[in-house]
Design a protein around this ligand. Sequence first.
Ligand code: ARG
Length: 378
Amino acid sequence: MEIPPQRFTAAQVCEAAEEFIRLFHRENPEAGAPCARLAAVREELAETGTYRHTPEELVHGARVAWRNSNRCIGRLYWNSLRVRDRRELVASDEIADECFAHLREATNRGRVRPTVTVFAPDAPDRPGPLIWSEQLVRYAGYGDHPSVTVGDARNAPLTEALLRLGWAGGAGTPFDLLPLVVQGVNDKPRWFDTPADAVLEVPIRHPDDPGWGAWGLRWHAVPAISNMCLEIGGVHYPAAPFNGWYMGTEIGARNLADTDRYNLLPAVARRLGLDTSSDRSLWKDRALVELNRAVLDSFDRAGVTIADHHAESRRFLTHVEREERKGREVGADWSWIVPPISGSATPVFHRTYEDRPSSTAYVHHPGAQERAQGRDLV
Ligand code: ARG
């Protein structure tokens, strides 16, 4: 396995560390002046090449990293992120167990709680653990072409790799839970069956058409990204799965609708009796709206937290205002913030943002996408 290169020089780590410690003390006045802590961190860096965050720094750093997520529309509640400090864990089986515990706590019987679990950081002498799976919950995709795949075509390469490795496969439904793939420190990647009780799922039904029930559509309650690196003040936590709650369009306008995912618009249009002979009948657009109504209504009925894109857009602008009042500029990426349907009907559409980088952030690892597809899984 190729080991990702240390991306920061010692001087850069030192600079990022100082910047973060100053920010921590500025935003947490009860912690007092930063001088003593700065001196201690400099000394630790000189001696060991890294430094250990205090529990308070870790919590604040993980929250600020969310605050700095330019692609995330849901940042209004950044300061209430729950942080599970599991920095002592380096072994794959313990990490997998804690990921499943994360899911249970974050699910909270449907009242979804934004949560991050932080595992061991990279150290100068050895990389930290890695989670290969892109999310803690993923559905298998059987078949190698989007048009013939049963399940989530996005996960077909990983499914294939796991089957080759000896995973027995699920029941063959479109919504079989994939195992979680974890690589502990000094270890090869291993897979762990996802316990059914760790995953809450919502059956998708349409409020006006009881026939949807028999269709068997469902989606999981908690989106938990698991293959991004949490960087805080020059320290890299390569395994730090985090979740918020869903916004309906992620499921209804992307996961279930994209042609390279579940590609359900033609089937939805047929159920609705729409004329699909020409794009100009706007059958795709009408099917999208009904699929999104079904997702929101189903989550509501199941008592599972979900945002709609109108409310979440307003919340985002509240966040921008609130941050600006605190003297902080909010970075954002327009193309990610604007929802994938009805963009211009939401207020986030009608303005521009600056997409500014930060040294405390959730970032994509080099090679993460390949790992999420199970490439070179041995
Ligand atoms: N879009 C991804 C999905 O549909 C999840 C990304 C994170 N989403 C969130 N609401 N925190 O699974």
